[in-house]
Write a protein that binds this ligand. Structure first.
Ligand SMILES: NC(=O)c1ccc[n+]([C@@H]2O[C@H](COP(=O)([O-])OP(=O)(O)OC[C@H]3O[C@@H](n4cnc5c(N)ncnc54)[C@H](O)[C@@H]3O)[C@@H](O)[C@H]2O)c1
Length: 276
């Protein structure tokens, strides 16, 4: 597929966890739409590979090796990206982890590890990048609190697991519910600067993260590899899992000028699984 509209031409986008899975799909689509993409990724090999792949498609792509749970590093990253490209237009908070365990199995360490990446990491990455976005907003816009232009787009990857509590994943489910409310609260705080903040809630997409969940449940329930995932997607009204391209497509729309009047919203891209 080609994207002649190039809705993100010349934009500078940071995508966390873009070395693999959904983040890779988002970064690739952004490159196809003309954006410079910074791959903020904990795995240096996949980060470098993604940067090579994107550079063949679009403008400059940069691999940035980082643990997004470390606020000092995310602050440094935001400053480095501005020093290199001059600004940051887009942030996609995609990096996340997941696991399956019951309430009785869960330890404080399991809880902390989940929230370290999925909520704490996401929040302080947003803080570091939003600070740089706000610095670019002209004084007269800050005074007036009004502008026809958007001064930044932030998209958080939540999950339909955040729409209602899920058994065997209380720590994940609560982390994604938090991402939905962080999206709303951040959107309200950044609205005076005309920075849009929205979220995407995917359902089931076959990535390394989902394979990990499938392995866990296969062991627990004595299932064949892939069977847990197949059972899961049979319950989706459209009877299939999503694709990384479909999430990339929604993210590209939300980060384009076409979505300037959309903020504080969370969109299910889930084959009809949820309706709220
Ligand atoms: N796959 C699904 O079915 C599904 C469904 C709903 C929501 N999600 C959400 O989508 C996002 C991406 O999931 P995925 O399925 O692509 O997972 P994935 O495991 O395939 O990819 C996640 C990427 O993030 C990176 N990462 C993890 N921790 C990091 C950290 N601390 N700092 C920097 N990078 C880090 C990983 O190295 C990896 O490249 C997650 O937030 C996940 O919760 C996934």
């Amino acid at each position: 597929m080609t994207f002649p509209m190039k809705r993100l031409e010349g934009k500078v986008a940071i995508v966390t966890g873009a070395g693999a899975g959904i983040g890779y799909g988002i970064g690739k689509r952004f490159a196809e739409e003309g954006a410079h993409v910074v791959i903020a990724e904990i795995n240096p090999e996949t980060a470098d590979q993604a940067a090579q792949d994107y550079s063949k498609i679009g403008p400059e792509a940069l691999a940035y090796h980082i643990d997004i749970g470390d606020p000092e590093r995310t602050k440094q990253m935001a400053a480095d990206v501005v020093a290199h490209f001059g600004r940051i237009d887009i942030l996609v908070n995609n990096a996340g982890i997941s696991d399956k365990m019951t309430l009785m199995e869960m330890t404080p360490k399991d809880w902390d590890e989940m929230h370290y990446v999925n909520t704490r990491g996401l929040l302080f990455t947003t803080q570091a990048v939003a600070r740089q976005m706000i610095a670019r907003v002209p004084e007269e816009v800050k005074q007036a609190g009004y502008s026809e232009l958007s001064y930044g787009k932030i998209v958080n990857i939540a999950s339909i697991a955040g729409r209602r509590g899920r058994s065997d994943a209380i720590h994940y489910s609560t982390s994604k519910a938090a991402v939905i409310t962080i999206t709303q609260a951040t959107a309200m705080e950044l609205a005076p600067y005309h920075i849009n903040v929205n979220a995407i809630c995917p359902a089931a997409i076959w990535t390394a993260l989902y394979k990990h969940l499938d392995d866990r449940m296969a062991q627990k329930l004595n299932l064949a590899p892939g069977e847990f995932y197949q059972q899961r997607i049979r319950r989706i009204p459209l009877h299939r899992g999503g694709t990384i391209e479909e999430i990339g497509s929604m993210a590209a729309f939300l980060c384009s000028d076409e979505a300037d009047y959309i903020t504080a919203q969370s969109y299910n891209v889930d084959g009809g699984s949820e309706m709220n």
